[in-house]
Design a protein around this ligand. Structure first.
Ligand code: GAL
Length: 697
């Protein structure tokens, strides 16, 4: 279940203006002291309000086990405070210094193949190492004690991107901690043997000490062991977060604690929905994944972060002003992209916009990574754009603290299904859980219909439509919830490989889609995955790849929305929808249609549920709309997804950002963003909503 964050925001002195945060990671230890004053002056010029400090400073703060050097940090904290800049102060535990790893090499992670992960980069520590934990907490204690009362201290930043490089560790420490975790989960070896189906391949355990992490094996390791190790690895990092947080809460109970999540295309190992309740506010880092869906993916990640934050404001801790340094080819952002990307996060609930990093490094592995202040210095396009964005964020002060106004549709995203659906030894190794969810999201964007990302902890009953792509792992309780949702009038849409296994990754028996068979009113005896290059033609004109099913309809209430149109399976159902007695429905899509194929299908399904776009027709697909509200005002964020101007016939009460001609039209520049404010119940979408009713399929 998603635990929502405790909703404490930055600690700031009374009288501090309420505004969106703006800033970056600040690494002054990379620069001589003379530079610090210039940094702070330019930060003020750019409108910076907050920086994250000391993230990788362990070696500078504690140069030897018994030596502490806080003088330089005192100076930086004071400089920032004098300039009115708040500090999100790191606990500095992300990268253990050489003296520590030299003395205690047993803190270094071990790969599944038994290789040591050596120092030389960062995050070379075992989440389960008691030795590392002791040294890390000593550092946290020292920092928290020293800066508890510092007026610049606004929040604690635990470690950095927990699990970015060290989520999976197969060491002896990990083995010991895994056994403890398993005992707590299963209670007895009998229960574990049952859950792991160890009768298969003679894997029955007779003693806890025999159990190992899924290290390099002769062939497919036990899938439930793998799934549990993934769960355990996420929990081990969460345990570290809690340990640091407990020290911070003890010493500074009034300072909120956060840590930067990585809800983005490249990160899978951490169940952030399950972590959210352990921070005072959610923070996220996001870097654009280049490709045709890059902007959709940014929006998807921001939206999912909002779901994890329970719809409340969250903190964008890192993104990039321009190029990164870790992709095969690192492309610079085009004019307007930085501001649009930043504001799209705000559109989805970010109340702070920060970058990695303030000043571009001259040395080290990230010297080609962009920053707010690039190598070229302040006389640069990047710095001018950074300063302009600072001014825009000041104009947007009224949206601070507003929450997401729920959409009528949601996409359910579940880490358990993600992890389980992509295990090895499956019908296909080509399935990508997040990609399927993103494709549905792209279809919503193409139609101009808002959809919230939701987690299994989100209350679904308020949504007219819930799309649950590849909901592979469905415990009985989740099946019951979805059934109740449909019985209550909700419209559920799910896809291939859904409802297949329970929480132990055991197949539900009696035919697929197992746990959802009755709800969907169909039965499948065998999967029919498609090899690369092979696709299936549907009679609605779309083509499917990756997967197909031989569906038998088992309920008279099932309508077939599309059939297979070619080959031996021609005529078999490919897309179905069961009408439920309470007016709800349960639809099933048996193949991968991709954004182009999903868009017309989703249009039909939404129309049947009475869900329509709130945007003027000409803007649909070209503009993304998100809505935030503080109860007395409604804020529409209109984001131009194209490289051409878009004119919208909308009469705003007040334009906070973007261009209005004063005659009922708003012009969005290429890649531009407008933010408009309405009194409640007067936003155009509210009128559309009142007028819309269900249309027949
Ligand atoms: C993040 C990390 C930062 C920096 C950045 C570069 O993963 O937290 O320290 O490395 O990536 O994109």
């Amino acid at each position: 279940m998603t635990a929502t964050p405790t909703a404490r925001w930055l600690r700031r002195p009374a009288g501090t203006p309420v505004q969106l945060g703006y800033g970056a990671d600040y690494n002054p230890e990379q620069w001589p002291r003379e530079v610090w004053k210039e940094d702070v002056r330019l930060m003020q010029e750019a409108g910076v309000t907050i920086v994250s400090l000391a993230i990788f400073s362990w070696a500078r703060l504690q140069p030897a086990e018994d030596r502490w050097e806080f003088g330089w940090l005192d100076e930086v904290m004071d400089l920032l405070h004098d300039a009115g800049i708040a500090v999100d102060l790191a606990t500095a535990t992300a990268s253990p210094p050489p003296w520590l790893t030299a003395r205690h090499p047993e803190i270094l992670p071990v790969t599944a193949r038994g290789e040591t992960v050596w120092p030389g980069a960062r995050q070379h520590w075992r989440p389960t190492s008691p030795v590392f934990r002791t040294y890390a907490l000593r550092l946290v204690e020292a920092i928290a004690t020293r800066y508890a009362e510092h007026p610049a201290l606004a929040a604690w930043h635990v470690n950095n991107e927990l699990g970015c490089h060290n989520v999976y560790d197969y060491s002896e420490d990990a083995a010991r901690a895994f056994r403890v975790w398993l005992r707590a989960r299963y209670g007895s070896l009998e229960a574990l043997n049952q859950a792991w189906a160890t009768s298969f391949w003679s894997q029955v355990y007779g003693d806890w000490a025999e159990i190992l992490p899924p290290r390099l094996a002769a062939t497919h390791p036990n899938p439930t062991q793998q799934l549990d190790f993934t769960r355990f690895s996420s929990d081990a990092l969460l345990d570290h977060l809690r340990a640091e947080r407990e020290v911070l809460r003890r010493l500074t109970p009034d300072v909120p604690v956060t840590t930067n999540f990585m809800v983005m295309g490249t990160t899978k190992g951490m169940d952030y929905a399950g972590w959210a309740g352990d921070v005072d506010f959610v923070s996220n880092d996001h870097y654009v994944t280049p490709g045709p869906q890059s902007l959709d993916e940014l929006s998807f990640s921001a939206n999912l972060t909002s779901a994890i934050a329970g719809g409340r404001p969250w903190f964008l801790m890192e993104h990039s002003t321009s190029a990164v340094n870790w992709q095969p080819v690192n492309q610079a952002k085009r004019p307007g992209e930085m501001a649009r990307d930043s504001l799209l996060h705000v559109a989805h609930g970010a109340d702070a916009v920060c970058f990695f990093q303030w000043r571009q490094s001259a040395g080290g592995a990230e010297k080609y990574h962009s920053a707010m202040l690039p190598h070229a210095g302040p006389d640069s396009e990047v710095f001018r754009a950074v300063t302009a964005l600072g001014a825009t964020l000041r104009d947007l002060a009224p949206v601070t603290g507003s929450v997401r106004q729920p959409a009528r549709a949601a996409i359910l995203f579940d880490w358990q299904s993600w992890w389980a659906a992509e295990l090895d030894s499956h019908p296909t190794d080509r399935l990508r859980y997040r990609q399927e969810a993103l494709d549905w999201y792209s279809a919503f964007l193409a139609l101009g219909v808002r959809a919230d990302l939701a987690t299994t902890g989100t209350e679904l009953s308020g949504y007219d439509v819930v799309v649950a792509p590849v909901l592979h792992l469905v415990p009985q309780a989740l099946a019951d919830r979805l059934t109740a949702y449909v019985d209550g009038g909700g419209h559920l849409v799910t896809t291939y490989f859904s409802g297949i296994v329970d929480e132990n990754d055991h197949a539900w028996l009696g035919g697929y889609p197992g746990a959802l068979r009755d709800l969907l009113g169909l039965r499948i005896e065998e999967f029919a995955p498609l090899p690369d290059g092979v696709s299936v033609q549907l009679d609605d004109g779309s083509r499917g790849t990756l997967w197909s099913d031989r569906i038998t309809v088992t309920s008279p209430d099932v309508d077939v929305l599309a059939r297979l149109a070619e080959g031996e399976s021609a005529g078999l159902p490919a897309v179905t929808r069961r009408r439920a007695p309470g007016g709800g429905s349960a639809a099933y899509v048996s193949t991968r249609l991709g954004p182009d194929g999903l868009t017309p299908l989703l249009d039909r399904l939404l129309a049947a549920a009475g869900v329509a776009s709130e945007l003027p027709p000409a803007a649909r697909g070209r503009v993304e709309l998100t809505v935030r509200t503080d109860g007395s005002r409604v804020f529409w964020f209109l984001v131009n997804r194209t490289d051409a101007p878009v004119v919208l016939p909308l009469s705003p009460a007040r334009v906070l950002a973007g261009l209005s001609d004063g005659e009922g039209r708003i012009t969005l520049a290429p890649r531009g963003v407008a933010v408009v404010q309405y009194p409640p119940d007067e936003a155009p979408g509210d009128r559309e909503r009142a007028a819309a009713g269900p249309r027949p399929l």
